[in-house]
Design a protein around this ligand. Structure first.
Ligand SMILES: *Cc1c(COP(=O)(O)O)cnc(C)c1O
Length: 226
């Protein structure tokens, strides 16, 4: 039987043992129905990634009986949806601009819960993605560090589409080194213990370079509708 024909549970059973235990496997369920999440849950997955807040909430309501799911937001977050994201998600991997960080600070000061956060960074220019260009993050870090309500835990990165694996490996290593360098500095509030990188096409390289969280969609759930 080819990999494509395997059930969600069989795919998880094949992939999970290839990851170090310390690497968190986030099953990216965007555009997939709640029934697919339930199958992955039954196969042991507890971390799910969604990229649209309304879609995530609809699935959360369908899956209310699964009380120990950790929800990860991985999409571009509009400022006017930030409050919902804080209330509904336990992680936001895609804090991609200072303005959004400031809005989260404001909402948390007013009583919203603060999820764990990652700063989204681009290690190569990529017009199709949001996030700080890596050289631009550094000047914003002192400002981010002043936002005392934020729970920044690390960095998230997505590679430009379709790179040869040698190039991917180089970038993932740069990301690991960049994250290490930030972790060595002393911050008031920022932490850099997490590095969220690796998707279906490139996660083995990301894990080899020192990813702590991989975000896998198609390889677990099959292709998404376009
Ligand atoms: C869709 C998405 C993923 C999962 O991508 P796959 O190629 O399906 O594994 C991971 N991270 C982010 C930010 C995404 O938007």
């Amino acid at each position: 039987m080819s990999f494509e024909e395997l059930s969600i549970a069989d795919r998880i059973a094949k992939i999970r043992p290839t990851l170090p235990e310390s690497v968190r496997l986030i099953a990216v369920s965007k555009l997939k129905p709640a029934s697919a999440i339930r199958q992955a849950y039954e196969a042991g997955i507890r971390d799910f990634g969604e990229s649209r807040i309304q879609e995530a909430i609809a699935k959360q309501e369908e899956l209310e009986d699964l009380e120990d799911i950790t929800w990860h937001f991985i999409g571009h977050l509009q400022t006017n949806k930030a409050k919902l994201a804080l209330e509904r998600m336990q992680w936001i991997h895609s804090v991609d601009r200072l303005k959004l960080a400031r809005e989260i600070q404001r909402l948390v000061e007013k009583g919203s819960p603060c999820p764990n956060l990652c700063l989204q960074v681009k290690f190569r220019p990529d017009a199709n993605k949001s996030g700080w260009d890596w050289p631009d993050l550094e000047p914003d870090l002192p400002r981010l560090d002043d936002l005392s309500a934020l729970k920044v835990q690390g960095l998230m990165t997505i590679l430009p589409f379709g790179l040869p694996s040698e190039e991917s490996r180089v970038i993932f290593r740069e990301a690991r080194q960049g994250c290490d360098r930030l972790q060595e500095q002393s911050w008031k509030h920022l932490h850099f213990s997490q590095l969220s990188m690796g998707m279906s096409d490139d996660y083995p390289l990301a894990v080899e370079a020192g990813s702590t969280m991989v975000r896998l969609g198609r390889i677990l759930f099959g292709d998404r509708p376009q």
